[in-house]
Ligand binder design. Structure first.
Ligand code: TRP
Length: 490
């Protein structure tokens, strides 16, 4: 249905010989206009969302520049309507639309366009398809829609500021130990990619770190170490917020409020809680039970909707969604329901041939700080076979070795080796040596950057305090909203 609408629009534009462009959007891009703005790299003003309203005379569409808000009284006057409410889900369905994907044109209802739209060189908006953005001259747009022009918006810098600072992605890493290749390719590289498109907060969750036995003399340094690994790997402090969780106490405050919306029995049933209980039978504390509630508060504090984490965190995200739903139902719509974001290249195999690279599996991983000799030694220790010719092993250390080749030297090289294995046999010594070189080549700039950062930890700390200051401000907005909705004294 959606696609056919896009096709209809494409045809209509072609027939009218109107210059336009359909820009392909990633499948996983959230439907909100702000995500589109960031992805397209355009000014907020250039995004033209189309909003559907219901009046007593039927549905109408209203278009504005995204840096402004619709003044509903003015729109009512312009449309000659007595009643004006947002179109319902059912209305959208009847028009063949999925919510969030209203096209700039092509609907059989009256269009009202704010005059400021005409000030734009190009307008960007929906195409009726989730994966396409439509770029078109606003003059042509107004003509083809036979739109009624008027002034029914107010520019609020506040609106655009709010929109600008809207956080969409949140993730946290526990402050334990240093990062390895698996973390890097599995998580951090994904973070780096996400920061190009979205507004992100990446946190070192030190409040979570104390729920299991920890060393108080190491906590602060461990926290800084994770931050420095992040920065060396390419997280950009201009693009993303780097958070030290304990510097934003609003996490704990919100966790308390949210904790009243969730049953104890459900927390006791979570697999992570049970595992930790078994692992540390003398350390079963309230904080451990509260872990998922605090994690929910982490994410909801910034109203983030995407959470790049491993699949093992899915139960915690389910808790987060349930808490968000419970809150919204009890106190009114407040929180989005966040979802896990699977970053590409998530799976980095263990050097031992079983499962994935992990800190807790001796001999399975390469650290981000390993030098060339260490990498060579670790790769040399990977157990191999005769090298063919014959059928390729589907799992085990040889398969993992080839997967690493694919990750660091590209698919083509891996395919070549695989063919050789089947036809004439391969020599592991050369392959291992080349792979070690390739891995080191990728890690070298990270290690160099890390060295520079280590020379000046004061600068990193200063950045963290500065980010925390801004984040506390954003966080307080949510806490204030929550307190008000829950009816607290003010
Ligand atoms: N529980 C997560 C882990 O063990 C860490 C975490 C805490 C987190 N708060 C979060 C992850 C918020 C994502 C979002 O990996």
């Amino acid at each position: 249905m959606k696609n056919s609408l896009k096709e209809k629009i494409a045809e209509q534009l072609k027939r009218a010989k109107i210059e336009h462009e359909f820009i392909v959007l990633p499948e996983d891009l959230p439907s909100d206009s702000l995500s589109h703005v960031r992805y397209l790299g355009i000014a907020i003003k250039e995004a033209v969302p189309t909003i559907l309203y219901r009046t007593e005379k039927g549905l109408i569409a209203a278009q504005r520049c995204m840096d402004s808000m619709i003044d509903e009284e003015k729109l009512k006057k312009l449309a000659g309507a007595k009643q004006l409410t947002f179109a319902t889900k059912k209305d959208l369905e009847e028009l063949g639309l999925e919510s969030g994907y209203v096209p700039l044109m092509g609907l059989n209802i009256p269009y009202y366009t704010d005059r400021r739209v005409l000030e734009l060189k190009k307008a960007y908006g929906g195409s009726g398809s989730k994966v396409f953005n439509l770029k078109i001259s606003p003059h042509e747009l107004v003509k083809i829609n036979k739109a009624i022009l008027g002034e029914f918006t107010k520019i609020t810098t506040e609106a655009s500021m709010k929109v600008d600072s809207k956080i969409q992605v949140y993730s946290g890493t526990r402050a334990t130990g240093r990062l390895h290749l698996g973390n890097y390719l599995g998580a951090v590289k994904g973070y780096i990619e996400l920061q190009q498109k979205y507004s992100c907060v990446y946190s070192v969750v030190d409040l979570h770190a104390i729920t299991t036995p920890y060393d108080k003399d190491q906590l602060s340094q461990n926290t800084l170490n994770v931050v420095m690994d992040y920065l060396s790997a390419g997280l950009n402090t201009e693009k993303s917020f780097i958070e030290v969780q304990s510097l934003v106490p609003q996490h704990m405050e919100l966790a308390y409020y949210l904790g009243t919306l969730y049953p104890v029995s459900r927390l006791e049933d979570l697999p992570t809680y049970k595992e930790k209980k078994a692992q540390f039978p003398k350390y079963i504390n309230i904080g451990l039970l509260y872990y998922p509630v605090l994690m929910a508060a982490d994410i909801l504090l910034y109203k983030a909707s995407l959470v790049p984490v491993g699949v093992d965190q899915e139960p915690h995200l389910e808790v987060t969604r349930e808490i968000a739903r419970n809150f919204n139902r009890e106190y009114g719509e407040t929180f989005p329901e966040p979802h896990r974001f699977a970053t590409p290249g998530e799976y980095v195999p263990s050097l031992t041939g079983e499962g994935k690279m992990s800190k807790t599996k001796e001999g399975s991983y390469i650290n981000l700080v390993d030098n060339k000799d260490t990498i060579k030694q670790k790769i040399a220790r990977v157990v191999t076979d005769s090298g063919g010719p014959g059928e390729l092993p589907k799992s085990g250390s040889v398969a993992n070795l080839l997967k690493l080749v694919e990750l660091f030297q590209g698919k083509e090289t891996a395919e070549e080796y695989k063919k050789l294995y089947q036809v004439s046999g391969i020599k592991y010594q050369v392959i291992k040596s080349n792979l070690s070189e390739a891995i080191f080549k990728e890690l070298m700039p990270i290690q160099e950057k890390r060295k520079k950062l280590e020379e000046n930890p004061g600068e990193v700390k200063e950045m963290l305090f500065e980010h925390a200051k801004k984040l506390r401000k954003l966080a307080q907005e949510t806490v204030d909203e929550v307190k008000e909705k829950m009816g607290f004294f003010k």
